[in-house]
Ligand binder design. Structure first.
Ligand code: ATP
Ligand code: MG
Length: 236
């Protein structure tokens, strides 16, 4: 939980710091596109992956471009089942534009199918937002198993960028306990910044704008701004 909110907010924060950002919505639910006020359009990621339309990201703000999704992306896995090299399709698409951007941020759906495999094959690193809950730790171990296989077999560059606790409450003892467990497991990979539970973060998507424009003084804006600083401080 918190993937789309993090993709949207971190991308917006980075773009405000003059980084050139491309967002890819790789979830057929289209939450990321909708959160930024982008509706259905021809130039979506599904059409591009299927080579039915040109890969041309649309600009939504200064330094921030997006390639939206479509519900049709649900069919991708089945349609590509016989396609050789089907896990490399996104990597090949991004190859054309990667020099135009400082960061390309891909928002995934929760399922670990062919679409997520394309994302992990195309990426240098992955960032995991996590609810401070015991069940999230189980989900994280499963994800790490999958990413280790992808790193060994397909994409040797793939690294864990960081683990981010979201909807965090500093008052809850359980949240503190879990953050200590995760810190112990991932020496140095757990962000110091936690994203607090914040109503403005939940409201911003329905307004179709990012948290920095929707509620610049909110805790959500403050936390994601701090995450952006911490993220940049860890880049080599
Ligand atoms: N820190 C927060 N405080 C309050 N609400 C939040 C916070 N982060 C996310 N939300 C809300 O929680 C819901 C789930 O968040 P989000 O859509 O980012 O999760 P997701 O991981 O992308 O989910 P999915 O797996 O369905 O794609 C959304 O309604 C979002 O607005
Ligand atoms: Mg999402």
């Amino acid at each position: 939980m918190g993937k789309t909110t993090t993709a949207c907010s971190l991308a917006s924060a980075l773009s405000l710091k003059s980084k050139r950002i491309l967002l890819i919505d790789l979830d057929p639910q289209c939450n990321l596109s909708q959160s930024l006020g982008v509706g259905a359009c021809e130039n979506n990621i599904y059409q591009c992956l299927k080579e039915e339309s040109e890969f041309s990201p649309m600009q939504i703000m200064v330094n921030l471009d997006i390639v939206p999704s479509t519900i049709d992306l649900n069919a991708f896995e089945l349609e590509m089942s016989g396609e050789p090299g089907r896990e490399y399709l996104l990597r090949e698409l991004l190859y054309q534009v990667k020099n135009d951007y400082d960061y390309i941020i891909i928002d995934c759906s929760p399922s670990l199918g062919l679409v997520a495999l394309n994302a992990l094959t195309a990426s240098d690193s992955y960032l995991v937002p996590l609810l401070p809950h015991h069940l999230s730790i189980q989900g994280l171990s499963k994800l790490l198993e999958v990413t280790q296989k992808i790193k060994a077999r397909i994409n040797p560059k793939l690294e864990l960028e960081g683990v981010l606790l979201t909807q965090f409450s500093h008052r809850k003892v359980m949240h503190k306990d879990i953050s200590e467990v995760i810190r112990g497991h991932f020496n140095g990979k757990l962000y110091e910044t936690c994203i607090r539970e914040n109503i403005a973060l939940a409201e911003a998507p329905s307004a179709g704008i990012d948290i920095f424009r929707y509620a610049p003084k909110s805790n959500g804006a403050e936390d994601y701004f701090n995450l952006c600083e911490e993220f940049l401080s860890k880049q080599h």
